[in-house]
Structure formats: C-alpha cells, structure tokens
Design a protein around this ligand. Structure first.
Ligand code: HEC
Length: 204
C-alpha cells in the first residue's frame, strides 16, 4: 500500500469513529444528569412494591400483626396490620417455662412470646410517631437489623425476631422494606417493654 492511500484509510477510520465517540460521550454525560421526576416516581413505586412483597413473604405479619379468630382458625387481623402486641391485651403472667424439649409459650395473638430470654412483645412497625417507627431513619432501621441491637447500639433484639436470618437482607431490600413500612397506616399502640426471665428456682 502506498503511503498516501494508507493515510486516506486512516482518515476514513477517524471520520467513522468520531460520531461513535461523540455518542458515547453524550451517553455517559446523560447517565450522570439528575433523573427526570417521572423516573424517580417510577422507581419509588417499584421500591414500595418490592418492600410490600418482602414484608409479605418474609412473614413480618405472622408476628407483628395480632391474630384474631377467623372462619378457618387464627389469622392476622389486618385492620391492625403490623401494629405489634396490642397494648389492650390483658395477659396473665406467662406460665412456668416448660421443661425439656419444649421451650416456648406463645400468646393467642402470636405477639407475646415467653422463653428462656424472658417475655418479648412484637414491636409496632407502623409509622406512628409516638409508639411506632415514625421517628426512625433508614439508618436506624438498617443498623437494627444488621447488628441485632435497638437502633444499632441499644439493647439486643430478643427472640423470636429472626435477626440471624434477616441480617442477610441486602441494603436495597432493607431500604425497600423500610420505605414500605413508612407508607402503611400509622396505628397508635404502645407495646410493653420485655420482661426478664424468671429467677431460677431456689435450691433446697
Ligand atoms: C417470629 C416472629 C417475628 C417475625 C417473623 C418478625 N419479627 Fe420483628 N420482632 C419480633 C419480636 C418478638 C420483637 C421484639 C423483640 C424485643 O423486644 O427485643 C421484634 C422486634 C422488631 C423490631 C424492633 C427492634 C427494636 O430494636 O426496636 C423491628 C424493627 C422488627 N421487629 C422488624 C421486623 C420486620 C421488618 C420483619 C419482617 C421482615 C419482622 N420483624 C419479622 C418478632 C418477629
């Protein structure tokens, strides 16, 4: 190939490559631009839907929604969705811890659990500001689930809250769950503090 025709071929390559490079440049500039409001609204809706799905299949309602008797037996009372152990429930003291392989006693609402850790009452997960998670931030929520301590630094979260499993949620899942929990109806319901385990029987 003569030198001049080689140069011409190179010219053509450069001319053809330029628009491609320009397009790539425009594309990557677009990617860093702030998203249009419609795009944000769509992704918020997706996040809410994902959060609702995760809360539903991860069984949060099993323990955090008080159960009532339905036509087919006990079922979560969705009019009190995720509001935790009802403050109005008048429970007698938990029975003596069972012996041997039986370890837990649970109230008919499925929201109060007595075991070797004492008695735990499921929390109000609704966005009520006084009695629920209304004043919690995403960070408070994520750190609670990750560390198994109230807000990441308080007392340990007691069984049967499945912290050892839930700490495996991804950050995105925990964001979706919290976004959904903050969107559900707020219910005022003050859940009691847990009770310590009974003192071991005196040795005679
Ligand atoms: C098997 C029963 C059970 C299931 C299922 C369950 N929880 Fe809990 N959860 C509890 C109990 C009991 C407590 C109260 C523990 C305590 O007082 O230390 C609790 C406490 C919490 C707290 C409050 C922790 C704090 O430090 O204040 C949050 C938040 C929470 N659960 C979120 C969830 C979410 C979200 C789900 C579903 C993804 C869920 N829980 C599923 C039993 C459960």
């Amino acid at each position: 190939m003569k030198r001049s025709s080689l140069m011409r071929t190179l010219d053509i390559v450069v001319v053809l490559a330029l628009p491609v490079l320009l397009l790539l440049g425009i594309h990557s500039a677009r990617a860093t631009e702030p998203r249009a409001p419609e795009a944000t609204a769509a992704s918020d809706a997706q996040k809410l839907a994902r959060g609702k799905y995760l809360v539903t299949v991860a069984g949060c309602n099993d323990c955090h929604t008080p159960w009532k008797m339905g036509p087919k037996g006990p079922e979560p009372d969705m009019s009190r969705m995720l509001s935790g152990h009802p403050q109005s429930a008048q429970l007698p003291p938990a029975p003596q811890l069972p012996e041997g392989p039986w370890v837990v006693t649970v109230a008919h609402t499925n929201t109060a659990w007595s075991g070797p850790w004492g008695v735990s009452f499921t929390a109000n997960l609704t966005p009520d500001r006084e009695t629920g998670l209304g004043t919690w931030t995403q960070r408070n929520f994520t750190e609670t689930i990750r560390t198994g301590r109230h807000m990441g630094r308080g007392r340990p979260v007691l069984p049967p809250m499945p912290i050892p499993m839930y700490r495996n949620f991804t950050d995105e899942d925990l964001e979706a769950i919290f976004t959904y929990l903050q969107s559900i109806p707020a219910i005022s319901n003050r859940v009691p503090e847990p009770l310590p385990p009974p003192a071991p029987p005196e040795k005679s």
